[in-house]
Write a protein that binds this ligand. Structure first.
Ligand code: FAD
Length: 294
């Protein structure tokens, strides 16, 4: 395994970074924390790339800001920094849990959350939580900007819908409603540095009578992209939270999964995991919703 020759660019502005991406086209990639792209280059999983455009020197990408609508997280914010942020801890414990289950502390302190979305691996730990929380990304191509829901970012395994010259500059996390509980559960084969064999994010919104007004179950590592389970989400809406209802939602979520069979687990095993993780995630989500939210 060797590292191919690459030229590192460290532009000081977004515009220059986008210009470089346009200039070198398929030969260039964005470099954020490097925990994926450098491994991909060494392992020849990404070929034909000889230009890396670092985001390190671009101002304004390291901050987490509170806006009128929610939190705005810069592209260079690491999972470790996010998990230590007071407002994220208060408003999004499910994200903090997902970060805690991701890789080991070295990777979490180097990687970026934006890179986790941009890499678009089916087993991402953070994407299911961003989807369940209705997060959006801000994309910037130098002269144009657009916003996309995280759920609409993925086109397939390791494939996003981003244009080649678009940089994900911010993740936008809307404030959760007070009656909402979010949760993330993952199964990996080890305690640390374990890629998800299956992951489930659950979101429950309760009405004043404690009934489920809206629900969302998002599956990770069991389909080509992190995706909502339509059957489980639709089944839960309008029902009273409880063991039987959560069991059935787990069964339906397992039906919606499209797992692969590999060294980490068979497709049947992964379906069983989805069922169990959905029940666990729903129990935690309803507890959080009943306590007033998050
Ligand atoms: C040992 C190890 C264990 C791991 N375990 C886990 C795990 O348990 N769970 C998990 O979810 N992940 C895991 N990962 C994956 C990895 O850490 C994440 O995907 C990471 O968040 C990627 O962020 P990065 O900043 O390092 O991205 P980089 O490696 O810098 O970039 C990744 C890809 O995204 C593109 N990119 C990055 N930032 C942007 C941007 N702002 N705009 C546009 N494109 C961009 C790059 O061009 C590249 O194609 C692990 C990685 C390692 C090495």
């Amino acid at each position: 395994m060797h590292m191919p020759d690459v030229r590192l660019h460290e532009p000081g502005s977004l515009k220059n970074a986008c210009d470089l991406l346009r200039q070198f086209s398929d030969r260039a990639r964005v470099l954020a924390g490097g925990t994926d792209i450098l491994v991909d280059l060494r392992q020849d999983r990404v070929t034909g790339v000889d230009q890396l455009v670092s985001l390190r020197r671009i101002p304004g990408l390291n901050d987490i800001e509170e806006t009128a609508d929610g939190l705005r997280i810069g592209a260079m914010v690491t999972p470790t920094a996010a998990a230590r942020h007071e407002r994220i801890r208060e408003l999004f414990p499910a994200l903090v849990d997902a970060i805690g289950s991701m890789a080991g502390w070295q990777v979490r302190s180097l990687a970026t959350m934006a890179g986790n979305i941009a890499r678009a691996v089916p087993c991402s730990d953070l994407a299911p939580v961003f989807v369940v929380a209705d997060a959006e990304v801000q994309l910037n191509a130098g002269t144009s900007k657009r916003r996309l829901f995280v759920r609409d970012c993925f086109a397939g395994p390791r494939l996003t819908v981003f244009r080649h010259d678009e940089i994900l500059t911010h993740i936008l996390l809307p404030f959760p409603r007070s009656s909402c509980g979010l949760s993330y559960r993952k199964f990996g084969l080890r305690g640390a540095n374990a890629i998800a064999v299956a992951g489930v994010a659950a979101g429950l919104w309760l009405n004043a009578r404690g009934m489920i007004e809206e629900a969302r179950i998002v599956l990770g590592a069991v389909a080509p992209i992190p995706c909502v389970s339509p059957k489980a989400s639709a089944f839960l809406a309008g029902r009273k939270p409880g063991d039987d209802v959560f069991e059935e939602a787990g069964r339906l979520a397992a039906q919606d999964a499209l797992p692969i069979c590999d060294v980490r687990g068979s497709d049947d095993y992964r379906r069983d995991l989805v069922k169990a993780l959905t029940v666990d995630a729903l129990n935690e989500a309803v507890e959080r919703a009943r306590k007033g939210g998050n």
